[in-house]
Design a protein around this ligand. Structure first.
Ligand code: UDX
Length: 484
């Protein structure tokens, strides 16, 4: 099939390359001259594993090309997919780009073609789509065209696989009286060997929204559970592992930590809560999901403060990881940036490292006062505390005995719960993680199992006490005092 993809951001570029992989002739249309120039030089605007190789291969084979001119390719395409941005950059929606794009594309499509919207759109906009598309065609003196929405469920870092081996494909019918659109997209997607679910457009939009809201809810649930575990001395990873064998629950997306970031989950939770409030619809569960996610970031700072004896002022804090998750260079709503801002506002010196060079450079521009360096070793040298914020693979195999020789203080806050507390305690680091409590190096030898102080509401009192009077009991006895 001849397919045009309008908008070569994250969704559009992955869609273009994967459709070419399935043997279609794809033209990607991009209005930004810089992005287009870079793409035509073979440079992708973001990092996504496997995508650069796939784009290069299909350009070489002539199945994939990039242009800034919509009218030519769109006029000869069987399917036109639109994947332009709909975020306003401030946690809200903007639909102007989509409106402008539709008015430049829809009038030029041939009568037999199908338009497919892949961007995530607000429900009100979806409801207006049939009228909007018909009026664009009327004004051009042309017959109506088939229109569908086809929400994407791709995760950054795994986007190529998520597209090619989708778990499900959702088609939402905007206007498709003779089922031409559903038929054509079914032909495209049946190679993915996934269930293809066809429904009204508004249902499809809510299927996407519901999926993301549920994933966010699972994460905030895990984080609330972690706080309860901390208060009572339980360890959340053991708790979640035991829960995960219950087929009704499962174990995925229940990793406690600094919470969710990125372009989808935070935006959709916040926007749903805001829109519900404006419409007078109560959404207390989602409001709590949002609040818990914000709290994780400030709790990371609180933990750091407590482990440093009550203040971060004048202390040097090393942050490991800046991107919102590993295997991406995306900094949108990244917890690390908020954490850095909060620490700097309290007078800390923050030195950060992330494996993505571009992310390091942009972070230093976004967060005034943030210093970035070129290796984890440089970041931690001379630090009073080390905070792991993004669980990049390289942070799992750091040489902690060597690091212990170069740091000033011996404190690690593991914001993703991926490090081994026993290994850190053994070389003198105090360790804290959400849902694993605080494990002090001084207690490591004589506490069995090695557990746990703090993160109750009284955490600061407990830890300040144990640090101010080193001879006083930390560990389990401090924890017991906390819950009495
Ligand atoms: C998400 C959805 O997963 C995807 O289906 C949708 O199309 C776009 O939004 P993405 O934003 O790429 O994908 O990231 P995802 O892997 O879902 O992670 C989101 C955030 O949640 C990350 O910050 C991650 O670190 C965090 N997370 C994830 C947790 O804190 N705990 C978990 O258990 C899982």
């Amino acid at each position: 099939m001849r397919i045009s993809v309008v908008g070569l951001g994250y969704v559009g570029l992955v869609t273009s390359a994967c459709l070419a992989e399935w043997g279609h002739e794809v033209t990607g249309i991009e209005v930004s001259p810089e992005r287009l120039r870079a793409l035509n030089r073979g440079t992708l605007p973001f990092f996504e594993p496997g995508l650069d190789e796939m784009v290069a291969r299909h350009r070489q084979a002539g199945r994939l090309e990039f242009t800034d001119s919509a009218s030519g390719p769109v006029g000869s395409s069987d399917v036109v997919m639109v994947a332009v941005g709909t975020h306003d950059g401030n946690g809200g929606w903007q639909t102007e780009t989509m409106l402008a794009c539709l008015s430049q594309v829809v009038p030029f499509m041939h009568d037999d073609a199908v338009i497919v919207l892949r961007s995530t759109l607000p429900p009100d906009f979806i409801r207006q789509l049939p009228t909007l598309l018909r009026s664009l065609r009327d004004q051009a003196g042309r017959a109506p065209i088939s229109a569908l929405i086809n929400p994407e469920f791709t995760r950054e870092g795994a986007a190529v696989r998520d597209f090619l081996e989708a778990e499900r494909v959702v088609l939402g019918v905007v206007d498709d009286p003779d089922r031409r659109g559903v038929g054509r997209l079914t032909t495209i997607y049946e190679v993915a060997d996934a269930p293809i679910l066809t429904m009204d457009a508004i249902d499809a939009a809510f299927a996407k929204l519901g999926s993301n809201l549920f994933l966010a809810t699972k994460i905030s649930f895990a984080n609330e559970l972690a706080a309860l575990c901390d208060a009572y001395g339980a360890r959340v990873h053991n708790v979640v592992e035991a829960m995960s064998y219950d087929g009704r629950i499962g174990g995925r997306f229940l990793r406690a930590g600094v919470g969710f970031g990125g372009s989808c989950l935070p935006h959709q939770v916040t926007m749903t809560v805001k829109s519900a409030a404006l419409a007078g619809i109560p959404a207390p569960l989602l409001a709590a999901v949002d609040a818990i996610n914000d709290r994780q970031r400030s709790d990371f700072v609180r933990l750091t403060r407590e482990l440093l004896g009550g203040s971060v002022e004048g202390r040097r804090i090393a942050l490991l990881g800046l991107t919102f998750k590993p295997d991406t260079d995306d900094l949108r709503d990244a917890p690390a940036l908020d954490i850095a801002r909060l620490l700097i506002a309290e007078g800390a010196e923050v030195v950060a490292y992330d494996p993505m060079e571009g992310a390091r450079e942009r972070s230093a521009e976004i967060v005034p006062g943030l210093v970035t360096v070129e290796s984890a070793e440089l970041a931690v040298a001379g630090s009073d505390a080390i905070g792991l914020v993004t669980e990049w693979a390289e942070f799992r195999s750091l040489d902690w005995p060597a690091i212990a020789e170069t740091t000033r203080g011996h404190v690690v806050i593991d914001g993703r719960g991926v490090l081994d507390p026993a290994e850190l305690n053994a070389v003198g680091f105090d360790y804290a993680a959400f849902g694993r409590g605080v494990q002090l190096a001084q207690d490591a030898d004589h506490l069995e199992p090695a557990v746990v102080a703090t993160a109750t509401k009284d955490g600061s009192r407990i830890l300040a006490g144990s640090f101010a009077q080193p001879e006083s009991a930390g560990g389990m006895s401090a924890y017991r005092r906390g819950v009495e």
